[in-house]
Design a protein around this ligand. Sequence first.
Ligand code: ADP
Length: 587
Amino acid sequence: MNFSVRARCVLSFLLLTSVAMGIVAIYLEQTLGEWSDAHVLTELRRYAETARAMVEAHEEFPSNEYVDHLANLLGQDHSVRVTFISADGSVMGDSILDGVDLLAMENHANRPEVLAAWQEGFGVNKHFSTTLSMPMLYVAIPFHHVLGKSGIVRTAISLQDVQAIHTRLDWALFISSLLFIAVWIPMSNLSARWTFQPLRFVAQQVQNIVRGTHAPPLPVHGNDALAGLASSLNLLAEEKEDMLIRLARQQEKMSAVLQSMSEGVIAIDSAQQITLMNRSAIELLQVGEAWQGMAIAQALPAPVLALLPGADAAETPVAPSCEFILPGRSSRQILAFITPLHDHPGSLIVLRDVTERRRLDRIQREFVANVSHELRTPISIIQANAQTLRDGALEDPEYSRILTNALERNAQRLGKIITDLLELSRLEANQDPVPLTPLPLLPLVQEAVDLVLENAEEKRLSVQVAIDEAAVYEINADLVHRVLANFLDNAIKYTPEGGNLRVQLRRQGELQRLELLDDGEGIAAQHREHIFERFYRVDPGQNRHMGGTGLGLAIAKHLAERMGLQVGVEEVQPHGSLFWLSLPKES
Ligand code: ADP
């Protein structure tokens, strides 16, 4: 049976009390029984002694008639039977039987109480009275009359009467016990409630601690065991709350670190299901928010899966990393590292997007190849011409003039390539911000145009400048000048004779742009997106012939970026190109 602590307490109180009361009742019953027996005995003896005194005080010889009369007198109320027995055991008188009945009574000489009275002066006995047909308690004492008559006075009481007294006593005890229990149950209940009230608070507090619910501290009264328990629980609750706060902060920190990582991080369990994924990994693999519990095979391609440890440790691959192209829109190139989780079954996969790095590596390789290629041509020409001159061409003045001219041109070209390369590497190395000042744009543009005017006129190109005099921008004059000079140089180079150039200011969407338009052949769309890359040329043969290095626009782009600006190219209808430099907001 499932009893509450309070019920158990009340029941055990009740049991204990009942046992105690039972013991007390048995003791009382016995003591009171003995007391009442003693009382009855004393009464019987007093009756007997009264009878004896009356017989012994009788002046005449005590005849049977006299003692019978006396017995009737003393036993009047019938609750006590008085019997006179002569020394030979015959009954002389009896308070209950008279006449024939009295004469018919059997001899009492051998009755135990009679024998004891003769021997010890007092006899007591309980036995069934054949005369009255009921159990009786007998007391007997001897009497001695001065005229020589001796006998026994016997008093008796029905044991049923004694039993009645016992029964009354038992009832009194029983009722008082019931009354006691009736009062004791609610009282013990109240006492248990009062005792267990603080324990209920303690239990509630323990539940709060286990569930992590915030609750006010338990009141601590005095310094007993309960107060000690309450203050220990308060301390425990406080420490648990502190620990939870510390853990939450630590987790937040860990999560912030994990989420801020540019690398994608994925943790998987031994069943190869995803248990953790950071933001970069979610974005990279485009798995959405339902990644928890997803099989890793759904998120990563076969090359990575092949590296994951199998159920058999012997299958664990040696190589911890691999590179793969992530299918999908972006076609990103990903480097994946796999390590077993520390002290945990499962693995950690770190994904690094190396698309940009690989592109830069490729550019770097191409750049080195391009530089070698660009340098090799003039160097080969210089070497060949010098060898031809040494082998006898010097003897031929006309031929040697042609060869030395070629030598000079290629040396100049070599110099130009080296100057441009140095410029480019300076720009790439120096990322310091450049000073910007509000400047009117027109004089700056005019100065750049004036410098190329002679070359333009040589090709009969018209150069038109359409810039508002009032236009002032916060720029770096030198850098803007160099960008524009590069655009103008190319426009003059790549626009056929008689063409038109125009420098203008125009707003395109959000951007205010300084634009240079020409009506040359223009640049095909597939070349336009690469035109600002180093050594990129639309037609390498023609370009080299014109003395270009393929580095001019790459330098222009770097110059613009140092001012925080952009450059670009667009086509012009029906033919021609438009190169632009974005400008900051007008000052
Ligand atoms: P280069 O020194 O060879 O001119 P650039 O980087 O300045 O190198 O130019 C790269 C390529 O862009 C050139 O080789 C040329 O093919 C093309 N280009 C540049 N400007 C123009 C233009 N205005 N019209 C047509 N093609 C141009």
